[in-house]
Design a protein around this ligand. Structure first.
Ligand SMILES: Nc1ncnc2c1ncn2[C@@H]1O[C@H](COP(=O)(O)OP(=O)(O)O)[C@@H](O)[C@H]1O
Ligand SMILES: [Mg+2]
Length: 679
């Protein structure tokens, strides 16, 4: 009560209020338009330029994504070179890469090139591009990629973007230097001339930016490595700022099938969008508009929908407004319409995922799953998942350090290691905002314990494992413009979960079989220890007249059958059979590779840097003289025994000199047939 009174007196006293600090007129004078470039200069974190390390990666990413998009659209197998160079700041000396703050990013492709008139706008105008206005699967979609990278460079170093582009061997190459007028969001051309260029066709863009180079998680190196896993049709050359050259050879010599452009599906359209489409319609009648501007709407279905909404099919689309439009919208949403076509999607494919994982990650077990297409908000999408599990058999065989006694509760390092998730959208690796991404959440939500993998509540599964998830869609629902995480639509979550479960199920099967086989094998070894003794004793009883070799062979046979027989050998990689019941999987053992290893490239003598499942780079071989693709774990078994799946042989063996084919022929007297699977 007392408080109330006090307030009332106060109000009375201040009847004469002080004049407001600003008047509407003054405020009005301050109102002005904000150009999109000004907006993103201030909000560059929205585009992925929030810190120098990430900015360097974003520049590389935008240029590489464009190069791959352009090559694929033009039907050219991409050859892309990425170069990072340290640049001196002012007159100070050149710093080593790890301390440098300024870099030149140069990305060159063998794509279709860019017509001269378009170059300034593409590289120095935000929201300008060829992909935004159509529904087609591509890496870029907003038209704000490379121009934003150029703008960031300009902002931090003051330098223009330098472009060379050539559209074919018969035309000359053009060189441009452009900057962006951020007030107007228009390009400023500083240099424009014809030049000699040794490339017959393609585009090269160079941007000088403030950045930081650091290896490891979410680095340029990781991005390129993961790009190569999901894009085995790309040849990638990376010149690091430390002067090394890393080659990622092409593993697939065919382009992914070119995705078709589609019209929007009626289910994916919001009401406002429909209104706008009605206003912009080129068709003369409503029925024609519905049938031509949407996918899966036939003229008959269009008429039916008009009838249901009680509008004339002959009405002019522009006249449909207000309540009628709203009724039409609800009718469309309530009509049963076929799901959109899926030839607009180009999934990576199980074979290619396996090939990518196998080439880049050392492990014992690999598998891949491509889900059938689904739809969210009228947009078709496909989920793919893959797994690389275990340590490479050669490294697992020899413990690196002598094992030390562990304290109570302490675990071996390998035991506490968590799985690594690698995420992709339209073949582009996503390196930031992992925890807000639908793919990551689905990995957490999967009960990996069902498949023999330990997992703490709400955590990633534990163990040496890389989990690969890819979403391919005509419109990837990113959570922000910097395209780092995927929004959690129910349909998407469900499909990711199903794909992961299938991978998990196969892994579980592999682990269970291997465990069982290993214990049977141990039992067999114990039996074999006694066989000698038993044979000796029997022989003595028989007065030395026993055919010892025969008895020994018979007992060995019994020991083998009692311990799982050929199945044990198969599972432990000691025969020539493939991974039975495990489709699209590869099992790697110390004796060899089991399963159809997807074909390696013709010139597969160039080995890409390989990492183990924890992401550590294991070897970087620039140009080894051996002609083998991946250093096969089977190497030591050459001439002795090898485990060859008939499908494997032509793909790997024919390329290399010392092929597995030869290796597989002899096995200590016993014959391993290259044809047919032993059952
Ligand atoms: N290397 C390139 N080769 C051919 N065209 C390119 C290249 N880089 C960019 N473009 C064109 O420039 C446009 C704008 O690129 P960008 O700003 O990255 O936006 P987005 O990729 O989202 O469309 C692209 O849509 C493409 O048409
Ligand atoms: Mg782009």
């Amino acid at each position: 009560m007392a408080k109330h009174k006090a307030t009332a007196t106060a109000t009375k006293k201040s009847d004469v209020r002080p004049a407001p600090a600003v008047t509407a007129v003054e405020m009005g004078a301050r109102q002005r338009e904000i150009s999109v470039s000004e907006f993103f200069t201030k909000n560059r974190h929205l585009l992925g330029f929030d810190n120098p390390r990430k900015a360097l990666l974003t520049c590389v990413k935008e240029a590489v994504d464009n190069a791959l998009d352009a090559c694929e659209e033009a039907g050219i197998l991409p050859d892309v070179t990425v170069q990072l160079e340290v640049v001196a700041v002012g007159s100070s000396p050149l710093l080593p890469a790890s301390q440098a703050t300024r870099f030149r990013v140069t990305v060159a492709d063998n794509g279709p090139g860019i017509v001269r008139q378009q170059i300034p706008k593409i590289f120095a105008k935000l929201l300008y591009g060829s992909k935004f206005h159509r529904l087609r699967m591509s890496r870029g979609q907003q038209g704000i990629g490379i121009s934003a990278a150029g703008m960031y460079g300009q902002l931090t170093t003051g330098k223009p973007v330098k472009i060379i582009s050539r559209t074919g061997p018969k035309t000359s190459a053009h060189y441009f230097e452009v900057q962006i007028d951020t007030k107007k969001n228009e390009p400023l051309v500083h240099e424009n001339k014809q030049i000699e260029w040794d490339q017959p066709r393609g585009t090269q863009v160079a941007i000088e930016v403030e950045g930081r180079y650091q290896k490891g998680r979410a680095s340029v190196d990781e991005y390129l490595e993961q790009t190569s896993i999901a894009n085995p049709h790309v040849r990638l050359t990376y010149r690091t700022p430390e002067g090394e050259t890393k080659e990622y050879p092409r593993a697939y010599h065919e382009l992914p099938p070119s995705p078709k452009e589609i019209k929007p599906h009626p289910y994916g359209i919001e009401f406002g969008m429909l209104l706008k489409m009605l206003q912009d319609a080129k068709s003369h009648t409503l029925s024609e508009f519905l049938a031509s501007d949407f996918c899966r709407v036939t003229p008959a279905l269009a008429d039916e929908m008009c009838k249901a909404a009680k509008v004339s099919p002959k009405a002019k689309p522009r006249d449909i407004r207000g309540a009628i439009a709203e009724t039409l919208y609800h009718t469309i949403q309530a009509t049963k319409i076929m799901a959109p076509p899926t030839n607009c999607l180009s999934p990576i494919g199980e074979k290619a995922i396996l090939s990518g994982l196998y080439r880049q990650i050392k492990g014992e077990f690999y598998t891949a799953v491509s889900r059938p297409p689904s739809v969210y908000r009228g947009n078709p999408f496909i989920i793919e998942a893959g797994l690389a599990f275990g340590k490479a058999p050669d490294s697992a065989a020899k413990p690196e350090k002598p094992s030390q006694p562990l304290a109570e509760g302490e675990e071996e390092e390998g035991d506490s290691e968590l799985a690594r998730v690698i995420r992709y959208a339209n073949r582009v690796p996503l390196l930031y905002q992992q925890s807000s991404c639908a793919t990551f959440k689905a990995v957490l939500a999967t009960t990996w314990r069902n498949y023999g993998i330990s997992q703490s509540r709400g955590a990633l599964p534990a163990g040496p494992m890389v989990i690969f998830v890819h979403i391919a869609s005509v419109w990837v629902p990113f959570t922000s413009e910097s395209k780092e995480a995927i929004a959690e639509y129910d349909e998407i979550h469900k499909d990711i979960t199903l794909a992961l479960r299938e991978c998990g199920r196969r892994l579980g099967l592999f682990l269970r079989r291997r465990e069982r086989a290993a214990s049977e094998f141990r039992r067999r070894n114990i039996f074999e220890l006694y066989i000698e003794e038993v044979v000796e004793a029997c022989n003595r009883l028989k007065g030395g007249k026993l055919s010892t070799e025969k008895l020994k062979a018979q007992l060995q046979k019994i020991a083998s059958t009692k311990t799982g027989g050929i199945k044990t050998d198969e599972t432990l990689g000691k025969t020539g059979a493939g991974p039975e019941g495990l489709p699209h999987s590869i099992i790697v053992t110390a004796e060899g590779v089991d399963g159809a290893v997807p074909s390696l490239p013709e010139g597969s003598h160039v080995i890409a840097p390989q990492t183990d499942v924890s992401g550590e780079i294991h070897k970087e071989v620039k140009k080894p003289s051996t002609k083998q693709g991946r250093k096969q774990p089977a190497k030591k078994a050459v001439g002795k025994q090898a485990k060859i799946n008939p499908i494997t042989v032509p793909s790997i063996a024919t390329k290399g000199g010392s092929s597995q084919k030869q290796a597989g022929k002899v096995r200590k007297g016993s014959k391993v047939h290259l044809t047919g699977k032993k059952k």
